[in-house]
Design a protein around this ligand. Sequence first.
Ligand code: KIV
Length: 296
Amino acid sequence: MSSHPSQISAAATTDRLPVTLPRLTEMKRLGDPIVMVTAYDFPSARAAEAAGVDMVLVGDSGAMTVLGYPSTVAVETDELLVLAKAVRRGLRTPFLVGDLPFGSYEVSDGQAIQTALRFVKEAGCDAVKLEGGGPASAARARAVVGAGIPVMGHVGLTPQTATALGGYRAQGKTAGAAARIADEAIALQDAGCFSIVFEAIPSDLAELLMVHIQIPVIGIGAGPAVDGQVLVFHDLLGIREGLGARFVKRYADLQDDMAAGVGEFAGDVRSRRYPLPEHGYAIDPSELDAFRQHLS
Ligand code: KIV
């Protein structure tokens, strides 16, 4: 490994205070947009830290972005914990949220508390996120909050149950569906969640809901009326094949850059343009002579 943690742009972050729950509440009160991004490893965490984002989510989207699963459904708690620990090592100031994977909290309040405790104790997360706002999810959120762990809710498109929702598509597009999302968001707020994610719902619906939600709302495909925005790290930096969802704005094309870089390396090796003398180590000529004699 060629770089040391202290060499990676720590300077930009040394004067910022860690983001806390009261700070997030204050940001909502002041109307300061809250910036959240996902991260899954040490370098993505360092990028989030250097950029000064407010919140980092170790999303179960990591199942797809870094682990190569076809959806978020299969990923195990142990796998996400490895990612969360690496992210924790790279962060100092953003508020860190760990995503509870599918199957790790639905069975009982006890199961939800035990999984949430692992994210806090083993990975050093400040909070956990769980999907859905139906009676079961709201009850789990209440139980985890009751155990002393801050919980972020997530309504609208909830990828863990995308099959039941009819696929990866915008939610809340009829009055009935919008009312269900409203009920879920309010149930999560009443359960004690400190924040809620609205994913892939009409902007007008999000705006109407904001009147009823007193906790910070972070949107992803929910328009501009919410308190903050989150994007998946790999989507916003173009570390993926294909364009992704309608709400993704791409700020770089790193997948192409990575492929081009590796391709150039391969070309250099095959044409013997790499390594050059400056990439090698020297030995004192007298030592080399001595070694030659030793060989003969
Ligand atoms: O897993 C994830 O990345 C998420 C965000 C899209 C909010 O849940």
